[in-house]
Design a protein around this ligand. Sequence first.
Ligand code: GDP
Ligand code: MG
Length: 441
Amino acid sequence: LGGSISRALAQMSNATVIDEKVLSDCLNEISRALLQSDVQFKMVRDMQSNIKRIVNLETLAAGTNKRRIIQQAVFTELCNMLDPGKPSFTPKKGKPCVVMFVGLQGSGKTTTCTKYAYYHQRKGFKPALVCADTFRAGAFDQLKQNATKAKIPFYGSYMESDPVKIAVEGVERFKKENCDLIIVDTSGRHKQEAALFEEMRQVSEATKPDLVIFVMDSSIGQAAFDQAQAFKQSVSVGAVIVTKMDGHAKGGGALSAVAATKSPVIFIGTGEHINEFEVFDVKPFVSRLLGMGDWSGFMDKIHEVVPTDQQPELLQKLSEGTFTLRLMYEQFQNILKMGPIGQVFSMLPGFSSELMPKGHEKESQAKIKRYMTMMDSMTDGELDSTNPKLMTESRILRIARGSGRPVRDVVDMLEEYKRLAKIWSKMKGLKIPKKGEMSAL
Ligand code: GDP
Ligand code: MG
């Protein structure tokens, strides 16, 4: 008897040792991926020790897929690290509000200001742009060009060299004109320097912004924490926008920026164009940090919710990557029916956050129905076309007339289509895991 007990004990401790090794091997591997994604060294180390505390070795011993348990714990931990615990200030329509953008030169402030203004304009706000960058030659011209293209009123000066004066004048003027979202673009200088932070402090003190947004280039790597902290120390940063997420950088610096500013990431920039701007969605972002791609979770869901007989058709469409208006129409039908494919479609990264934000399901459904009414006035050729140039002005007018909707709505619907087509196209050639062959999460 004594022999078998000691044998059993030996086996047990053996099992624990094995699980400890699995845990640390797995954590080391994940940590390497995070460091490659520019997550700060110290944060990676903290994450490691937190996970070691959280993951119960006994659960691990009992679990069949140990790596999955560990990965899930890391995933949750990273999502928590990106959540500062309080939402950022959000502008309200019809109520004047000032939003100031800060960040180093080249981070993408001026581009992002316009994207932010345009995004809100499409939601019914009355935005305006103020150029308080008197440091960089051509700063006003750049803002003017962007603003003109998007038909957004702007204010600035070629002569005045005092950024505080321009900022105050601009804000006052647009308040008088009943703009509800007054955006102040600022200078960034070449590097972190005392004069820049003093200037930011003065502009902020003079314009009393409701929100200060720190703009961060996703490729700044390990410098993110110090940079964000330096801005936070001079102005009260309340939100973060990460730009250039279309590049190679995975944006791990965002974790540092959130920690340093105690503010959430609200949007990401995904290109130079005014439309290339997305509401921040934590899960796909974390998947990307971990090197899992945006799609792994999504692909698993397909197997979970789509009936087996409907899977091949959907997978075929996904892997072709071509997204026609007719396909959009069919997916809208699915969503309204809340059928399984509709559920999958609404899980597409970047889809639900934008078209169907949580808590606004009624409005979203109404919007989808509106879009479908307009598509009912389209010809078969238009619905099946993959040529974006096909939708000429006269066709848009005809559709507006046919569906009894304003031209603006048709344009909106086509913009939405373009956005979704871009998301859809990312799936082209994607390897779709067979059932049971789970991807990372
Ligand atoms: P600022 O100095 O902070 O005002 O930065 P700018 O707005 O002038 O942007 C600097 C450069 O980055 C410009 O060439 C922009 O077109 C580019 N840029 C800004 N945001 C993005 C983005 O999300 N993706 C890409 N690819 N380029 C961007
Ligand atoms: Mg600029």
